[in-house]
Design a protein around this ligand. Structure first.
Ligand code: GLU
Length: 469
């Protein structure tokens, strides 16, 4: 049974885009293999915990239609799925490691550790624990425990050992144990560190594939040491490339929005965002850029992911999203736009008007927030000042009179009448239409004008001319 998981920490505002990518690949791999996809919340870093972050992460996953088979709010056979609810387990297993001499108590005070770090830094060494408590006698340990000296439990990293990580997409990577610090496994507050908890949980939750971001690769040898100490079989490891900005720097808040739900707020479609994310480090065998989930399930193989840091380019995402919009049937698009404005802008647009305007903008918008850029004027009169049209003032009344005379309010009739009028007063067609466009839509760029005027109706168009302030 293939079982994959993501293990987000609720330490940020929302699900990070990189985590969304990892989640999707895990989800995809589970689905492709008829397996299960699990969400486990890693909330053991109590200092960095952000209230509400867990709910936000889970709800964002669902908004992207990434549904998990097991997780903190849906349960499952291997729960609890929140690490803070599993503390007794970690304690039990870490004591087992002590029994096996694969871990040891460390009673060093913070002051001592600071000293050690300072000295090592001054000696131009990479600061790490100096192993002071590694060889304490049983008697010393017992005395300290009896006295209630605060302690942490550390991993006893063996010396001179080569640790082999077999990565599904990176192949074999060898680490030297001499470069690995005696990592803390259990903190003085009784909480496990990431390294201890991740190994115990991945094992107990029967995770077959640990698919996570590249930044965790350097932790993997520590995890392997733990698996070996427990005498547990290793899962398959797979470290996905880290997403980058188009300038190759690491995806960061300063350059690109990094929170997954920002993209939904902007009116990107979840399936378009996920489609684009799949293209990070992977390409379709026929080089297609747009494909649906069912097709992806057939052609995707995790082994084909490339490890070079792929660039996440919002402009490319806009293009893909625009293509999705164009593929969508008008009736569906209508409900999507209505829902988008309800959910993200607390606005109830008139359904009929949205329906009428869709053919005008379907080819133009790239995301739903563009819709109001183009179509706001259908729902609200633009504030246009006659003064800003000073030069054109002399013929605005002519436009009004000409339009008023029209009995058959149709696009071509409006067009012909305006062309005729332009000729009569001796101005270019483009000029008269620009003036009219500004009056009706408030903007220099708009959906096709005559069509828009037909949707608005004669009365409303005349009002807009009359009401110029
Ligand atoms: N808690 C880690 C994170 O925030 C999980 C890393 C892993 O998948 O092992 O991404």
């Amino acid at each position: 049974m293939i079982r994959t998981r993501i293990a987000p920490s609720p330490t940020g505002e929302d699900l990070h885009l990189g985590n969304l990518y990892t989640a999707y690949i895990n989800y995809l791999w589970a689905k492709k293999n008829h397996g299960k996809f699990i969400v486990r919340i890693e909330d053991t870093d109590r200092q960095r915990l952000v209230p509400g972050a867990e709910e936000k992460i889970l709800s964002t996953l669902k908004k992207f239609n990434i549904f998990y088979d097991e997780g903190p709010d849906v349960g499952g056979d291997f729960g609890p799925y929140r690490q803070s609810e599993r503390l007794s387990l970690y304690k039990k297993y870490v004591l087992e490691l002590i029994g096996k001499e694969a871990a040891y108590y460390c009673f060093c005070s913070k002051e001592r550790l600071d000293e050690v770090r300072k000295k090592m830094t001054a000696d131009k060494k990479i600061p790490r624990y100096d192993g002071h408590c590694r060889y304490l006698s049983k008697k010393e340990i017992d005395e300290n425990l009896k006295k209630g000296t605060p302690y942490v439990i550390r991993l006893k990293v063996p010396k001179n050992k080569k640790i082999k990580v077999n990565d599904l997409i990176r192949g074999e990577i060898i680490f030297d144990s001499n470069n690995i610090d005696d990592q803390v496994l259990l903190k003085s507050d009784g909480y496990p560190t990431y390294h201890l908890a991740v190994v115990i949980d991945d094992y107990l939750m029967r995770i077959s594939h640990v698919i996570r971001a590249e930044e965790w690769l350097s932790s993997t040898p520590k995890h392997i040491l733990l698996y070996q100490a427990f005498d547990w079989p290793l899962p398959i490891f797979c470290h996905l490339p880290i997403l980058r900005n188009p300038d190759r720097s690491k995806l960061s808040k300063r350059k690109n929005p990094v929170w997954a739900s920002w993209y939904l707020q902007q009116g990107f479609l979840p399936e378009a965002v996920l489609n684009y994310l799949t293209l990070m480090g992977w390409s379709h065998p026929e080089q297609k850029e747009i494909f649906d989930f069912d097709e992806l399930l057939k052609v995707f193989d995790i082994k084909d992911i490339q490890t070079v840091g792929p660039a996440f380019d919002p402009v490319k995402l806009e293009w893909i999203n625009g293509e999705y919009i164009r593929k969508t049937q008008n009736s569906k698009l209508k409900s999507q736009i209505l829902k988008y404005y309800q959910v993200y802008h607390k606005k109830n647009l008139q359904a009929e008007l949205v329906e009428q305007t869709i053919p005008l903008i379907k080819e133009r918008i790239k995301k739903f927030s563009d819709y109001s850029e183009y179509c706001q004027f259908f729902f609200e009169r633009p504030a246009v000042q006659r003064l800003s049209l000073l030069k054109e003032n002399h013929y605005i009344n002519n436009i009004y009179q000409e339009l008023e005379k029209i009995t058959d309010w149709k696009t071509d009739v409006i067009g012909e009448r305006m062309v005729r009028l332009a000729k009569k007063i001796g101005i270019k067609n483009s000029e008269i239409f620009m003036t009219l466009r500004l009056i009706i839509t408030g903007k220099k760029i708009s959906p096709p004008l005559n069509e828009s005027m037909v949707i608005l109706g004669k009365k409303e168009c005349l009002e807009r001319i009359k009401n110029l302030s």
